[in-house]
Design a protein around this ligand. Sequence first.
Ligand code: ADP
Length: 439
Amino acid sequence: MIRRLMIANRGEIAVRIIRTCKEMGIETVAVYSTADKDALHVKMADVAVCIGPPKSTQSYLSVGALITTAVRTGCEAVHPGVGFLSENSNFAREVIKAGLIWIGPDPNVIDSLGDKVVARETALRYGLPVTPGSPGPITKKEEAVAIAKKCGYPIIIKAASGGGGKGMRIVWKDEDLEENLSIASNEALANFSDARVYIEKYMLNPRHVELQVIADGKGGVAILGERDCSVQRNHQKLIEESPSPGVTPEMREAMSSGAKNLFSSLKYCGAGTIEFLVIEDEFYFMEVNARIQVEHPVSEFVTGVDLIREQILVCCGQPMTINPDSVQLSGWSIEARINALSPGTVLRLDVPGGPGVRFDTFLYTGAIVSPYYDSMVGKIIVHDIDRNRALARLLRAMDELVIEGVPVNTETQKKILSSAIFRSGKFGTGIYTQLEATL
Ligand code: ADP
């Protein structure tokens, strides 16, 4: 096994990775910007190196500084976490070129999945249905009109290299198509240095369902159940659960078998997520995220698997400890993301606890929530025998959380969780809009 690993990230995910590394006997090297000099991941790691000023482009996204740090501190592997460079094949290639292990799939696999147009073609090849839409990137208005006519409005224009909910435009009629095509394309160019966009039919109020995958790079693929991430605001996830209240055993089986074929044939290595949109008993492939995800703990709770450990093991050439043929799913898990509403310093922190409660955060009394990074400061995850019990447990845990000094979104989250529609389990991605007036 490797002795030392660098985490090219910050915040709660860096803390999460350090915890597993400690249990595995792997030393950790944290990197930080000057804004994060007193951050929790810096305190918890065995070694911490400042890599630049607060702006991510000059620190957490600085490939040169990251590679130099990993090499100089004697690391053998790099874990990219989530966001930042976690799906950047160029960074993965540089890591490998420097003689280090990349905790993620092969850079060529990242490329083939990171391009949404190519990923759709790949999915189709493995028998997974995709949303109706354009077979490739769209350049001309005439092409777009023809596709929109075929799919029927509304349609969604998406960036081929898109991610994080950016670069998407919903269009309801022909007259708005041309303008939105150029806006989307410009946005795509600005955000992803790739102007290519394509069209999908925009589904009304679908569920967002995704499967957690761990694959060993040799064709072995374990599916660790699904997550429902339909509670979103502006395409950003707020609440996730496993299993999904809208997935039947038959649908789970059909999704899983397609996903297994796809990941196996790609010789995928590491943790990955395959996302679908679900309408009643139909499902459509959306994309693959070639990394660990923020909402991974709900899958950890229902399977009892440490996903970070499995990810490190397989990427270091070790066998996974999961038997892909006997993954057991037990009980119900729900996660609520805690987002800061403005930056600040934590003056007091009371953390939730008790049975079946997990609180992943980088906060402590005195911690600084800086304006430079993602607003998510933590997540509360609970587990219990069924959905009603898990929901009661989550609301109880949310009541225990006290954060003074930094305003957070707990009141809104509690209102969503307590709403009749959430409780019923019968909702889609439109749930936030449906509830907005009451939040
Ligand atoms: P990103 O990679 O930027 O996260 P995704 O392709 O995963 O973008 O889509 C994010 C969210 O946008 C989905 O969870 C869903 O709510 C919505 N969405 C994307 N495509 C469609 C579609 N064709 N129809 C309806 N909603 C969609």
